[in-house]
Design a protein around this ligand. Structure first.
Ligand code: AMP
Length: 209
């Protein structure tokens, strides 16, 4: 089974994708995580990506498509994938069609003001990438590995609003792209995390994909 998670920045895509991926034994592939790892490693791709990410802009399609073509060659992608943050443009969705068939699209819906409040409160472990909210985790270190919690450079209000604008302009058209195939399920992304994960798993199981 191959699934796409769509949703604006701060919709909880990453958290949900990780939980659902684990439960359904699918490889969780996050383009944002891959790009951040490249930045951390100081690679050429990372250097290029950083200039776009810091502005809240999208990394060019050709770069992302080449990166994903390589990612899909890895063994874990053969048993089914849960795509988080890809595709983000129609050109990427068309390229994805040549890599694999998509069975379901989970579209996470949430209002922009809720997103701004969430993203400003987001903290990420600089060692393991684990995500927290200062609203529920006041400590400054990671409870899993003890790493320091930091603010993602693109998690400031101005960049978040720009990422939301880019999402509406470039990624929202994908909802129609996949709705025409009858495979989109809309999910209210303001539910408590456990409830939302169970709801999504239920959708995917009952659709018997
Ligand atoms: P995310 O972690 O999914 O919020 O992604 C963080 C940033 O990485 C985005 O704001 C983009 O700059 C970049 N990015 C991630 N995935 C893609 C993609 N599929 N296409 C273009 N840029 C991407």
């Amino acid at each position: 089974m191959n699934i796409i998670f769509l949703g604006p920045p701060g919709s909880g895509k990453g958290t949900m994708a990780e939980r659902v991926g684990k439960e359904m034994k699918l490889a969780h592939i996050s383009t944002g995580d891959i790009l951040r790892a490249e930045i951390k490693a100081g690679s050429e791709l990372g250097g290029l990506a950083k200039s776009y990410i810091d502005k809240g802009a999208l990394v060019p399609d050709s770069v992302i498509i080449d990166m994903m073509r390589e990612r899909f060659k890895q063994d874990d992608a053969k048993g089914g994938v849960l795509l988080d943050g890809f595709p983000r443009t129609v050109a990427q969705a068309e390229a994805l069609d040549s890599l694999t068939a998509i069975d379901a699209v989970i579209n996470l819906e949430v209002d922009v003001q809720v997103i701004v409040n969430r993203v400003i409160a987001r903290r990420v472990c600089e060692q393991c990438g684990c995500v927290y909210s200062v609203k529920t985790h006041a400590a400054s270190d990671c409870s899993k590995c003890g790493g320091k919690l930091v603010i993602r450079p693109d998690d400031n209000e101005q960049t978040v609003r720009e990422r939301f604008r880019v999402y509406e302009e470039q990624t929202q058209p994908l909802i129609d792209f996949y709705a025409q195939r009858g495979i989109v399920s809309n999910v209210d992304a303001t539910m408590p995390i456990e409830e939302e994960a169970a709801y999504i798993i239920d959708i995917l199981n009952t659709e018997k994909i």
